[in-house]
Design a protein around this ligand. Structure first.
Ligand code: S3P
Length: 174
């Protein structure tokens, strides 16, 4: 039974990668990203997987990544923004350790997501469509053990909040 991981979930631009990497360093843990696992296994960058094979194939690769995560213990794990938002995925993540939702203000998340890296899920979508994607995902993220609000905060402040939240009542699970 794998335990003791910290699993970060949240929408694109939430800072799961950058804050997760820093958190891992602070805690002396290994850091792993599901998107990196997928790219390493498939051999293609994520935008190319979406372009050539479509979203469904990418989501299947995510299922394989979630299965592979069962081998991890005591790691900090950053998940792709859409990974928790499928039937059974939050249950699987919650079994890996403490799940933390990095919740942010949508406008801020989108500005950051568009600044950093390619996001196929944002391409060709109107602001209204993106907002409804976000709203549809929120109930999945809300099943995290802990929520850290990131609105208006810098990376160091978010990491400090994460460390604080993980020292709370959930610390026993770490
Ligand atoms: C996705 C988010 C991306 C990546 C893929 C799909 C999504 O990860 O997994 O482009 O569906 O929200 P980030 O959340 O790190 O951008």
């Amino acid at each position: 039974m794998p335990t003791g991981n910290v699993v970060l979930v949240g929408f694109m631009g939430a800072g799961k990668s950058v804050c997760g990497r820093l958190l891992a360093r602070r805690l002396g843990r290994c850091f792993v990203e599901t998107d990196d696992m997928i790219v390493a296994r498939d051999g293609r960058p994520i935008p190319v997987i979406f372009r050539q094979d479509g979203e469904d194939v990418f989501r299947r690769l995510e299922t394989e990544a979630v299965a592979a995560l069962r081998l991890k213990s005591s790691d900090v794990i950053a998940t792709g923004g859409g990974l928790p938002c499928r039937e059974g995925r939050m249950d699987a993540l919650r079994e890996l350790g403490t799940v933390v939702w990095l919740r942010g203000d949508l406008a801020e998340l989108l500005a950051r997501a568009r600044r950093t890296g390619a996001r196929p899920m944002l391409n060709g979508r109107t602001p209204e469509e993106i907002e409804s994607l976000y709203r549809a995902r929120e109930p999945f993220y809300a099943r995290a053990h802990l929520t850290v609000d990131t609105a208006g905060l810098g990376i160091d402040q978010v990491v400090a909040r994460l460390v604080g939240a993980l020292r709370g009542p959930h610390a026993a699970r770490l």
